[in-house]
Design a protein around this ligand. Structure first.
Ligand code: NZQ
Ligand code: ZN
Length: 383
């Protein structure tokens, strides 16, 4: 196991009817900005619960954060914060709303162009404090310090990470997820699955606890993912999916072990150019990446196959391949298509993405061997 030092300071408030507890977490004299998306929180009662919890407080609201939150909208929020002298942010929604809030919290203090936080990772030295109310289990954003922002005008989707943007608290009430459409339930399962594999499907590094944790997350997804689609209002199912997705990317399973975020990097380009849902891009890329890099990743693939998919027959190579096929089949079973052609994309999309990898000089993977040429091989497997 490699050395590590890690701190995750996010207070988690988990469970049924817990939104009211935000009142105790926000300073009494704060000027609060509630940030949310296209209105799902108004339709599922989350907004009303928040309004009740904020009774007697000074609060404002900013809505309209879209999926794959865009830079320009975040700038509008920063302007409102300056005009109204806001000093505490409250994000209510999925990963997009939370990510936007992180960027707004940091961007508020930018002295130059806030885009530099994403383009060159130039960061202000402080951020506005904020809490989150999560309504879509997927990204882990509620318990990490990452944010991904899209700039539509340049078709760029870039991320940053800063300890300044750990939420002060996150409320996880599984009941808020009952209203998720099937597509978003499945997206959340795929996203969590891929976060987990990107911190696990590398090479053995002696991290037994990290491996067992990662395998547990995958097993929870396999067990409860389909159930959530069949019985949307089963509390235990929703609670387990919600907690698993937080664990998929709260940083812990990555400690002391190698990571490979190439699937996300390639996927982000597919969203930036073609607007696919984040999870759709991952479902396309991951099986192709595993196939191309099967030799490098075979020991962990075999281990995952045995421990999560009960694959224990045949040669090691057969078992590694069967595990990749089982992952692909799981994504399809829950309704997320796994090939470019399913989304109307082909060779032209591949050329564009490979070109962008060349321009940026990106070489990825736990062995630093995913060159633009390898990206091309991966995507060609997914036509
Ligand atoms: O905008 P509203 O009306 O709220 O509707 C949303 C949105 O249309 C809806 N929704 C959310 N909760 C709901 C609900 N509908 C009904 N009932 C509810 N309870 O779902 C739609 C999608 O929401 P979004 O927040 O975009 O989805 P998700 O949570 O999957 O977030 C995706 C974004 O997170 C980034 C992705 O790149 C993408 O931009 N990621 C962030 C990460 C991080 N911060 O660590 C890591 C991830 O790998 C990922 O890259
Ligand atoms: Zn993701």
């Amino acid at each position: 196991m490699k050395n590590f030092s890690f701190c995750n300071p996010v207070k988690i408030i988990f469970g049924s009817d817990t939104i009211s507890q935000i009142a105790q977490e926000i300073p009494a004299d704060a000027r609060i900005l509630l940030i949310y998306g296209g209105g799902s929180i108004k339709r599922n009662g989350v907004y009303d619960q928040l309004a009740e919890a904020l009774k007697g407080r000074t609060w404002f609201e900013f809505s309209g954060i879209g999926a794959n939150p865009d830079y320009e909208t975040c700038l509008d929020a920063i302007k409102l914060i300056k005009d109204e002298r806001i000093d505490f942010l409250l994000a209510a929604g999925g990963g997009s709303v939370i990510d936007a809030t992180k960027f707004i919290a940091l961007g508020y203090y930018a002295t130059g162009d806030p885009w530099e936080i994403l383009s060159t990772h130039a960061s202000p030295d402080k951020a506005l404090p904020f809490g989150t109310i999560l309504t879509l289990p997927a990204t882990g954003s509620e318990m990490n310090a990452n944010s991904v922002i899209t700039r539509k005008s340049t078709q760029e989707k870039l991320s940053f990470n800063s300890p300044l943007v750990f939420p002060k608290f996150s409320v996880l009430d599984p009941k808020t997820t009952y209203t998720l459409p099937a597509r978003q339930i499945a997206n959340g399962v795929v996203d969590t699955f891929v976060h987990t594999t990107e911190q696990y499907l590398t090479y053995p590094a002696g991290g037994a606890l990290q491996d067992y944790f990662a395998e547990s997350i995958i097993k929870v997804l396999l067990k409860y993912g389909e159930q959530a689609l069949k019985a949307p209002e089963n509390y235990d199912v929703r609670a387990n999916l919600m907690w698993a997705s937080t664990w998929g990317l709260n940083g812990w399973i990555a400690q002391g072990v190698p990571e490979d975020w190439a699937t996300h990097a390639i996927g982000h380009e597919l969203t930036a150019f073609y607007g696919l849902d984040h999870a759709q891009t991952l479902a396309i890329v991951l099986p192709g990446l595993l196939e191309v890099l099967i030799k490098d990743k075979s020991e962990k693939l075999v281990q995952l196959g045995e421990r999560a998919f009960n694959i224990s027959e045949g040669s090691l190579e057969d078992r590694a391949l069967a595990t990749i096929q089982a992952i692909d089949a799981f994504f399809k079973r829950i309704g997320v298509n796994t090939h470019l052609s399913d989304y109307g994309l082909g060779e032209k999309a591949i050329d564009r993405i490979v070109e962008r990898f060349r321009e940026r000089g990106w070489i990825l993977g736990e062995r630093q061997n995913i060159t633009p040429e390898v990206v091309e091989q991966i995507l060609k497997k997914r036509l």
